[in-house]
Design a protein around this ligand. Structure first.
Ligand SMILES: Cc1ncc(COP(=O)(O)O)c(C=O)c1O
Length: 389
């Protein structure tokens, strides 16, 4: 194992040196001016990422960016629990593990109506339109379904939610910071993301973007004490959190979003799209089949590539493939829940270099060969290289 460790899991993703070093500063109080300055930097950078993730950097929304001391699941719960109560109806769209998580959260706090298709399949927009009624308070949806590598049609569902005056809560955990995301154009009221995904910051904190429309309807009294959105919004005006902040993680997040702003979202989106195309082209040329079944307005992800494991390394035989990947000092992910042994997933979120993407393709090809599945490694790498140009 001579080559450096390469982390290709769909989060956490590799950190830049600047982001890592930011965690190694002397401690300060979370009520100090120094910390407030850090939080403000993080908020400014997050506001840039949430509202200017367009191909021309045009702003697409106004609101407040909150940082939470917890991963994005906390943000998902904050959104649902503050915008719905036991009497409200939440329509939850499910076509993968994280859509399911939203449904389970909604089930704890409200009456939930799921709109569900098989994991990896596209939604039927007519079924979604039928499910959202004038009685629906909130619609939840995952933009980039990390468990299946599908990019779901947020714009279309946002329009349906707006027609019925329901609030639209979107999990953009593996799209925001890596792909296009349009708050106003898509009718998004609350957007959620995690630090350790396309923002390329360390795990442990998450970010929630709250529009005026959502803030006006939030009721913190009905939410868990730690997730009272109104309280978080009040404190955010002073660049503080209601409770003790995870100071080193906020510092790292502030650096990470400033790095994104320096690259610029248009260039970053373009780079992520090229790298995802390279993974797709490389795996195709190795003879592999994509896993998700993208159709209609649903597309394959530009940040997470999910691929079906071929005959010979599927089910109980998958271990030989994953062992051979590990032997090459590379980390990638298998499938979650019932997709274990059926698929593998790689991420291109963050700041991967072209060489790292090509190493990912080469590693998969060589690991297949080691596990007894014939794959033309050089053809895979050449196809990926072509797509990177
Ligand atoms: C789409 C999506 N939503 C939400 C999450 C939140 O997970 P966690 O709270 O464990 O970071 C993840 C993490 O993988 C995700 O990929």
């Amino acid at each position: 194992m001579s080559e450096e460790f390469l982390l290709l899991n769909p989060g956490p993703v590799p950190l830049s040196d600047r982001v890592r070093r930011a965690m190694d500063e002397p401690m300060v109080s979370h009520r100090s001016a120094a910390f407030e300055a850090t939080y403000e930097r993080a908020q400014d950078g997050l506001e840039y990422v949430f509202t200017r993730s367009t191909l021309d950097e045009r702003a697409t929304g106004e609101g407040t960016a909150l940082v939470l001391n917890g991963t994005a699941t906390m943000g998902m719960e904050m959104a649902v629990a503050n915008l719905a109560d036991g009497d409200s109806e939440v329509v939850a769209l499910v076509n993968g593990k994280f859509g399911r998580r939203f449904e389970r959260i909604a089930d704890r706090h409200a009456r939930v109506t799921p709109v569900e298709v098989e994991w990896g399949e596209s939604f039927d927009l007519d079924a979604v339109a039928d499910a959202i009624t004038d009685g629906t308070a909130v619609v939840t949806m995952v933009h980039n379904e990390t468990s299946t590598g599908l990019l779901n049609p947020v714009a279309e569902v946002g329009a349906l939610a707006r027609e019925r005056d329901a609030l639209f809560v979107v999990d953009g955990v593996t799209s925001i910071g890596g792909d296009e995301f349009r708050i106003d154009d898509w009718g998004v009221d609350v957007a959620i993301t995690d630090a350790q995904k396309a923002l390329a910051a360390p795990p442990g904190v998450s970010a929630v973007f709250v529009t005026e429309r959502a803030a006006a309807r939030a009721d913190g009294e009905s939410a868990p004490f730690y997730e009272d959105m109104e309280w978080h919004l009040r404190k955010a005006k002073q660049h503080q959190t209601p409770f003790t902040s995870a100071v080193p993680l906020f510092r790292a997040l502030a650096e990470a979003v400033e790095e994104i702003e320096a690259e610029g979202m248009p260039a970053r989106i373009d780079r992520h799209r090229r790298q995802a195309r390279a993974f797709r082209a490389g795996f195709d040329a190795l003879g592999l089949e994509p896993f998700p079944n993208a159709a209609g307005p649903t597309e394959r992800s530009n940040t997470v590539t999910a691929t079906a494991l071929p005959e010979g390394v599927r089910g109980d035989d998958a271990a030989a493939f994953f062992d051979a990947v590990r032997e090459r000092n590379v980390s990638l992910s298998g499938g979650q829940a019932h997709l274990g042994g059926e698929i593998f997933r790689v991420s291109n979120m963050g700041g991967l270099t072209p060489e790292q993407v090509l190493r990912g393709v080469r590693t998969v090809g060589e690991a297949l060969n080691d596990a007894g599945v014939a794959a033309d490694v050089e053809a895979g790498v050449a196809a990926a290289e072509g797509a990177l140009d």
